[in-house]
Design a protein. Structure first.
Lengths: 541, 267
């Protein structure tokens, strides 16, 4: 039986290799592979630099006798491992395991493959590398303790790996069903309104939680990074019992999480489909409602906008993406708001928080702007067959996306106001003035990428593989425009002349509009030449 | 004399390079008169879908011209698209919309006003017996339901020419009857229908004119009677009227010799 499982795993590895080899036959695919490699190399450099930073911090501070830094590092890595998969979902790997189920694959092979893919997820690899760097920094100073700290570190890695999979599975389930999204949205809105109505400031409602944790220290001590730190301290003080106890508890956590993970994989093995579904196919009739009427636009454009809205609201992946930017001001606005600390950076200047949140919003929704047709599926054929110019379709998508960004920017502003961190009038206006420049430049590049390098996305899945070229070129565009906008904001704020930045943003916005208009005239011919790629890429099942 | 509904001249499509590529459609000259129910047949991989994709503007020809309703397709794409309805391979459905939402959307994209689009959507849903699934997303429809919905969307703007790529593939008898009924009504009103199908019995029953493509080349074109006469003149037969299947097999080459001896391990 074990040899059967090994044979099946080997066959699946061979299958994936053949798929990879065959997928590199066209020039476009080769370009994609080059782009993916460049993006991976760029990301690896960033990961490496941060890892070296962890090593240096651990080495220097532990050498100086401040071993407490290890606790901070462990927490940073632990939180990053859990949060990064949600924030950069579009950039992480996506494997369609259900495809394997058509073959007589044993559950053991399926489970091992699921674990293996979790292990080789770029974010998991990143976090494990950082953990190794921090551990290496410690071990360089105290090499005699390496064998003692290695087991709890490995147990932490195993536990966090499983925890991140279980959390992602939960989030996917929550956002896949309409009811889940509605409940989440309701809780979120009621929570924010409740805080506002009760007049509770950010500083005051975290204070009781901090006090509670201080009076019940065992809660903090039982958390995974604290357990590893306790093991490290035990090793330093020559208390093997505390090392063993902490490792055993971490392994127990890992064991419990493995059961949850196994349950999720088993459900998938038995044919569970997490893609978006109504959940019921009972026969129901409905009155046919007339389509939207949108002032100033044609009937076809109104129909396209209506369709975009329906698709967005029915897509858990998109809804999640739109929610994340609302959390940024919440998290950064509250960060370090413990009464015992000095007022944190973002709380001193909500203007920066607003500017940063809007920039983050554009960054996190970049995959929408650079892959407009991702969710169309076979519907792309309808758009190509319909008696409208293709650039009208692009314009409708841009209009919808632009409206979404503007509405969300306003929602972020409102959120800050609710949190009692309302940005000043000057900061608010300057931030809103930068939106046209950032948005239009994003669309100029994004529209071209959407037509040149389309990539089909599935509903209800968070991990979707972007086109390598889209990521590479989209990120380059973002770095340039956001670098210009952020640099101007920083310099003018420092000179206390923020309004000048606002004027420059408006001028840049006009230039971006001109660029958009010039590019817009070319979309029709471009779409005509690229329609086969669009249809072939988006219609594949 | 009225212009043909569809006219192609030396329509050619090559995939890949001149030397090693695949010549999927090779200098095809089609002529479909207005009001004809035209069946476009061919074995798998013969070039049927490639041809219909070129005729509807989904695929660029390598060479040749296409005129639909006397309009050059590539000079007037929007005008041509306004007058045709298409059910392509893959159906062109937005799977996360419900049936009524999709039909409404299709109607408005084809220039209908809100009231007309909603009214026709309701009528088409009734006709195709999909009205009781009005709240179900298309992704959850059965294959037959999807085909009926795709056909409903293709006719919502009363096109003058209807292109159907394998409309009966994977469809049960009940759904097929609905599709046939809708098509017959369209032809009775003067609409030209151009369909590809592997179900030769249905083509024989519905189509007045037929063309057969084989290895990218048009090997026969005419009314069913003309094709029958042509084949009967070439072969010795019992005197009984040849079916379309017999005509088709005779034209494209029939079964492979020796096939029965292969795969002996299957028993």
């Amino acid at each position: 039986m074990a040899s059967d499982t090994a044979k099946q795993i080997g066959l699946i590895a061979l299958l994936r290799w053949q798929i990879l080899r065959n997928s590199l036959r066209t020039t476009r695919a080769k370009l994609e592979a080059v782009a993916h490699t460049l993006v991976a190399v760029g990301a690896a450099i960033v990961v490496l630099v941060i890892g070296l930073g962890f090593y240096a911090i651990a080495f220097l501070l532990v050498d100086a006798g401040r071993t407490g830094i290890m606790l901070g590092l462990l927490w940073v890595i632990f939180v990053a491992w859990l949060i990064l998969p949600v924030i950069v979902a579009a950039a992480s790997t996506s494997i369609e395991f259900r495809e394997l189920l058509r073959y007589p694959v044993r559950f053991s092979a399926f489970l091992i493959l699921s674990l293996a893919y979790s292990l080789f997820d770029p974010i998991a690899l990143t976090a494990m590398f950082w953990l190794a760097c921090a551990g290496a920094g410690f071990a360089t100073v105290k090499p005699e303790l390496l064998l003692w700290v290695l087991p709890p570190l490995l147990a932490l890695a195993a536990m966090t790996l499983l925890l991140s999979r279980v959390v992602m599975n939960f989030v996917e389930r929550l956002f896949t069903k309409r009811r889940g999204r509605e409940i989440f949205f309701l809780v979120f809105v009621l929570g924010m309104l409740g805080l506002q109505i009760l007049g509770i400031g950010a500083e005051s409602y975290l204070a009781p939680a901090v006090r509670f944790l201080k009076t019940h220290p065992w809660i903090l001590q039982a958390l995974p990074p604290n357990l590893v730190y306790a093991a490290i301290e035990g090793a330093i003080q020559g208390e093997p019992r505390s090392v063993l106890a902490a490792t055993a508890l971490l392994l127990a956590y890992a064991g419990a999480l493995f059961l949850f993970f196994r349950r999720a994989v088993l459900a998938q093995y038995r044919g569970e489909d997490l893609s978006e579904s109504q959940g019921s196919s009972t026969a129901t009739s409905a009155t046919i409602l007339k389509g939207w009427r949108v002032p100033l636009v044609s009937g076809a454009t109104a129909a396209l906008l209506e369709k975009e809205m329906r698709y967005t609201l029915r897509n858990g992946f998109m809804v999640m993406n739109l929610f994340i930017p609302l959390f940024v001001p919440l998290v950064l606005g509250l960060a370090g708001s413990s009464p015992s600390r000095t007022e944190p950076f973002f709380q001193r200047d909500p203007g920066i928080l607003f500017f940063g949140s809007v920039a983050y919003l554009l960054l996190v929704t970049m995959h929408v702007a650079s892959n407009h047709f991702a969710f169309e599926g076979h519907g792309i054929q309808f758009l190509l067959l319909a008696p409208v110019e293709f650039r009208q379709v692009v314009a409708a998508k841009n209009l919808f996306y632009g409206a979404l960004v503007v509405c969300e920017a306003l929602a972020i502003w409102l959120m800050l106001a609710v949190l009692g961190k309302m940005p000043g009038a000057e900061s608010s206006l300057v931030t809103l003035a930068v939106v046209p420049f950032l948005l239009l430049s994003q669309l100029v590049v994004g529209n071209l990428l959407s037509i040149h390098f389309p990539r089909r996305f599935d509903f209800g899945k968070f991990k979707q593989r972007q086109s390598g070229m889209s990521v590479l070129l989209g990120m380059t565009q973002q770095m340039i425009t956001m670098g210009i906008a952020g640099g101007l904001f920083a310099v003018m704020r420092w000179l206390n002349q923020l309004w000048i930045a606002g004027l420059i943003y408006l001028a840049l916005g006009v230039a971006a509009w001109q660029a958009y208009r010039i590019a817009f005239d070319h979309y029709e011919g471009l779409a005509r030449r690229r329609r086969e790629v669009l249809a072939a890429e988006l219609c594949q099942d | 004399m009225t212009a043909p509904a569809i006219l192609t001249e030396n329509l050619t499509r090559r995939f890949g390079s001149e030397a090693g590529g695949l010549l999927a459609v090779d200098r095809v000259n089609l002529r479909v008169e207005a009001g004809q129910f035209f069946g476009f047949l061919g074995p798998n991989g013969a070039g049927k879908s490639t041809t219909i994709k070129m005729l509807t503007g989904l695929l660029q020809p390598t060479a040749g011209n296409i005129r639909v309703l006397d309009l050059d397709l590539y000079a007037n794409p929007v005008e041509v698209k306004r007058q045709i309805g298409v059910v392509p391979e893959g159906l062109a459905l937005f799977e996360r919309l419900t049936g009524p939402e999709y039909l409404n959307f299709a109607g408005r994209m084809y220039g209908l006003d809100r009231e007309t689009a909603a009214q026709r959507a309701a009528e088409l849903l009734e006709f195709t017996e999909l009205a009781d699934r009005a709240r179900t997303q298309i992704g959850e429809y059965s294959h037959g339901m999807k085909k009926k919905l795709a056909l409903a969307a293709a006719v919502i703007h009363t096109p003058r020419v209807l292109f159907l790529d394998e409309p009966f593939e994977g469809v049960d008898a009940v759904a097929a009857a609905t599709l046939r009924s809708l098509m017959n009504r369209m032809v009775a009103r003067g609409v030209t229908i151009f369909l590809t199908s592997h179900v030769l019995e249905i083509v024989e029953r519905l189509c007045t004119h037929i063309a057969i493509i084989h290895k990218g080349q048009l090997v026969a074109q005419g009314s069913l009677a003309e094709l029958r006469t042509g084949v009967e003149a070439r072969i010795a037969h019992s005197g009984e009227k040849l079916t379309l299947e017999q005509i088709f097999l005779e034209i494209v080459g029939g079964t492979r010799a020796g096939a029965a001896q292969e795969l002996s391990w299957l028993g």
